[in-house]
Design a protein around this ligand. Structure first.
Ligand SMILES: Cc1ncc(C[n+]2csc(CCOP(=O)(O)OP(=O)(O)O)c2C)c(N)n1
Ligand SMILES: [Mg+2]
Length: 392
């Protein structure tokens, strides 16, 4: 995968042992600040000369660890709920926690995010009640959060469509004069490796590039689009596609929460200051199934999954915190306990979610209603009333 990259060099000033380089898979273009063994790399200079580093307090490091653990636990609970018939489907983020927490925490409050259907970790970082996507996947509502209040749009199932929505939004905030200052707004659009083959995504790249829009394209390359592996999407590393559209692309270790944070924050700040788009390729791995309807053992081998297990995004933060004596066993046990409490709370609330009346399917089709939708609502009501003993 990285073969075409051999000519690119990263000049990192490494404070930690050289093991960091091997851990980066030998790919010199991968920005990494925390190796799988938990060694901290002080800073890394990317191919374009930008230096990436983070300067967190101990409390902030512990906060990131807590986010990662809670997000994974809530996700596992959602998968279990689906298996027990309580959700129609679930798209797990397992393995992608660092890509999501790193980029999610890099967002400033005023930044707007456009997610796919898998961004539960980013949603959590935006302060949205984690039950919200479960209502959607239980089929009792259509998401439920206010995109403007939380600056996090609705989940998008149509692959790549949100990149165009995000591009339009980014062009709009430029016209509204909301960019160009430190407290200006920037936009982030999430999508997967498979989505990069969609026309929508390529059109979004064209428009954003040409209009120098304040947008960060955040591609979580989890190596698969359902059963289709990366080599069926591209012959070159995905981040290098950006060059053809006239803006920078960078590949970051998506299992490294620190590097993901640093790269995303820089790209967002560039965008808000009028320096245009960036494509970030967060190199990661989907540890679970595509969704609960999928069986990945049909198309990938166990040794591949095991190789990625050794790059686990949470284990490396735990190793780092332990080595640096930033956290101890008591803290880790507390976080586990907290995650357990939150997931139990989530479960109880999901089970208590009432089924909505059938007519609510028509409620949010148009913001201000429509005669056609009104007629369809009436027709359904008449149909349901036609059943003997119907309460509808
Ligand atoms: C326009 C469109 N085509 C096909 C699908 C069916 N589909 C759902 S998920 C998916 C794969 C997406 O892969 P990727 O972009 O890598 O995201 P990931 O699921 O791996 O996060 C496809 C083809 C769809 N939802 N929308
Ligand atoms: Mg994918």
């Amino acid at each position: 995968m990285a073969k075409g990259d051999r000519g690119t060099t990263v000049r990192g000033r490494r404070a930690a042992p050289r093991s960091g380089q091997a851990a980066a898979g030998g790919d010199p273009a991968l920005v990494q600040l925390l190796t799988p063994e938990g060694e901290r790399i002080e800073s890394v200079t990317g191919p374009d000369g930008t230096t990436y580093s983070v300067d967190f307090t101990d409390e902030e490091y512990r906060g990131l660890y807590r986010d990662l653990v809670v997000v994974r636990k809530l996700d596992a609970e959602a998968t279990a709920l689906q298996r027990q018939g309580e959700l129609g489907i679930w798209a797990s983020l397992l393995g992608q926690e660092a890509a999501q927490v790193g980029s999610g925490r890099a967002l400033r409050p005023q930044d707007m995010a456009f997610p796919t259907y898998r961004e539960h970790g980013v949603l959590y970082c935006r302060g949205i009640d984690p039950i919200m996507p479960l209502g959607l996947f239980r089929g009792v509502d259509q998401g439920g959060w206010d995109p403007n209040e939380f600056k996090f749009n609705m989940y998008t199932i149509v692959i790549g469509a949100q990149t165009l929505h995000a591009t339009g939004y980014a062009m709009g905030i430029t016209m509204d004069g909301k960019t160009g200052t430190d407290d200006g707004e920037a936009v982030i659009a999430y999508f997967g490796d498979g989505a990069t083959s969609q026309g929508d995504v390529n059109e979004a790249f064209v428009w954003s590039g040409v209009f120098n829009s304040p947008i960060v394209f955040f591609c979580q390359n989890n190596q698969y689009a359902i059963s289709e592996p990366l080599e069926r999407q591209t012959r070159i590393p995905l981040y290098r596609r950006a060059a053809g559209f006239g803006f920078p692309g960078i590949r970051v270790d998506g299992n490294d929460v620190l590097a993901t944070y640093a790269v995303t924050r820089t790209a967002l700040d560039n965008a808000r200051h009028g320096q245009g788009p960036t494509l970030i390729e967060a190199f990661t791995y989907r540890m679970g199934a595509h969704t609960t309807t999928d069986d990945p053992t049909r198309y990938r081998i166990a040794s591949e999954v095991e190789a990625w297990q050794a790059k686990d995004p949470i284990a490396r933060v735990k190793a780092f915190l332990t080595k640096q004596q930033i956290a101890d066993e008591t803290f880790f046990a507390e976080v586990d306990e907290e995650a357990k409490r939150e997931s139990l709370h989530l479960r109880e609330r999901v089970l208590a979610m009432p089924d909505p009346p059938p007519s609510t399917i028509f409620d949010h089709v148009y913001a201000h209603g429509s005669p056609l939708v009104d007629a369809q609502r009436d027709e359904l009501a008449r149909y349901l009333d036609s059943f003997e003993g119907s309460k509808h």
